[in-house]
Design a binder for this molecule. Sequence first.
Ligand code: NDP
Length: 608
Amino acid sequence: MTQGPIDIDHEALRRRYAAERDKRLRPDGNEQYVEPTGRFASLLDDPYVTPIDRPARTDEVEVAVIGGGFAGLTTGAMLRQQGIDDIVIIEAGGDLGGVWYWNRYPGAMCDTAAMIYLPLLEEVGALPSAKYVAAPEIHAHALRIAERFDLRPRSMLSTRVTAVTWEPEAHRWRIETDRGDILRARFVTMGTGPLHRPKLPGIAGIESFAGPCFHTSRWDWSVTGGDPLGAPMVGLADKRVGIIGTGATAVQCIVPLGRDAKELFVFQRTPSSVDIRDNHPLDEEMTRTLGPGWQAEWLRNFAVLQTGGQAEVDLVEDGWTDISKRIWAKVVERMGPTFDLDDVRAAYEESDDEKMTEIRARIDAVVDDPATAEALKPWYRQLCKRPCFHDEYLDTFNRPSVHLVDTDGQGVDAIDATGVVVGGRHVDLDVVIFASGFEVGTDYARRCGYETTGRGGETLSEHWADGMSTLHGMHSVGFPNLFIVGHAQGGNLISNITHNLTEAAKTASAVIARALDVGAVEVETTAEAEAAWIAPIAAAEPGVLGNAECTPGYYNNEGGEMGRRQRLNGGGYQAGPVAFFDYIGRWRQSPDLAGLELRDVDGQRVGL
Ligand code: NDP
């Protein structure tokens, strides 16, 4: 037995983690999930608005921005800052806001600190109300960005793109939509989000439940009563409610469900790790000290500390930076005259064992029933799954009306007209809620809902058949004037997705402005630049995220192969997010924009 500062049997933990992972490995891996079809096809619809009638558009714009979430909004904002006004945002939802438009489930909030999660706070002159803020406040902020940059009149809402096709003679993209529009755009940006297409568990009989049944991302308030601001869900006061899944979404909505349902049954396959959140209103005295440029400083400080760097102060001070600071403290503690990667790995493992031991101890301290407490304990490394932070989740299981139905890693066996079957036991239910997450790792076109066809008729699905292939996560050869606005193959800072999006928006808008300045009609990366960019990403060993030793989940392809395709789809810049943000900030101001070709109508390179 090896000893850490707190009494931990590290080898025994390793064995337990491996046994818990093995129990959950399934031959069908990511294929276990099913698309919302048949009875559930309407899950992809927008339940919140009735789309207004409008004539189809057939005009031409300078820039078409696909997706009106934070990716599209920051892109729109940055384009306007560059003086580019002829833009249109095309958004499937009935309003702007993306993930924060769709996800209205009770208790929804973001557990990345609002001072860094909410983009462009300085630009719109706003501050959040608290350290972590709830979904309605985040959505309001998205709309504030739209107002500030006058993006609303430039938006086509309730409009799904159905095809994006390059027209080489015209040097334009043709964009078709489900509203009959055929727009042409010189440039297209695509910010369709990493996790937005709801998926369902492939449980036998899933279609047969007779009562109301919905996914968390399309909350049916007509069934539950209440509202996203926290009003009691009176519709559940006489109902037996079942929720399937205990990921980051479920951890948040189980608390209000436990409060309002007559009885709540939580069907658990793998427990989440739930650390303290410690939310509190924003310190007004602190906000008075914020000078110009404060958000950039906070963003950098968080990214540095969260990825193992050193900083004099921790401005954000949350569970994410705590994870990294603990690891670094261990590294320093262990550091001898020689120092290598094995020391870092050992320091990481030791500090993770301590953290997870604390998380499990908190469950014993909060949850009254010892069997329930035991079943709620996560047996894996903290970063194997999305770490969760909540101050009321565990306590909810002390309510006599809340029942944890642990499936010992196997999941729900079946659903029938009247309820759910687990381990031969039938649980009668009136309402079933799926907190089963979103598609990851399926084809990009399937997740977007449309295909992008580039030069020579090659589709993006074909070009990315062996995994995403880009320069900077943004440009693909054969797809001129197309800009992907995301995090993969770029900064890949998972703990603060919007930081990646704002940076990508700055890059896309700077390149578009440059192309317009120099009279280029095409901007495209080269095969060499793309290959050079992805080579180290394809070669990189998966880190903690995506590790085969982890319990199955969407971070590691459900415990399946982490081959070239998975590495390319989930990987980022090798030197890490901070180095990427520094690099790309310099690159977009550089005179030559290395790796890109800007061409005139005759195909000649211009402006460099
Ligand atoms: P997840 O994919 O994280 O969770 C899905 C849940 O469904 C898991 O608990 C899974 O179990 C469970 N499940 C799947 N199949 C079955 C089955 N057959 N029987 C029982 N349970 C099953 O989805 P979420 O919506 O919770 O979260 C998705 C992501 O959204 C998060 O990882 C995070 O990135 C983001 N998010 C962020 C928030 C924030 O605060 N910023 C808040 C909410 C979400 P198993 O673990 O065993 O696979």
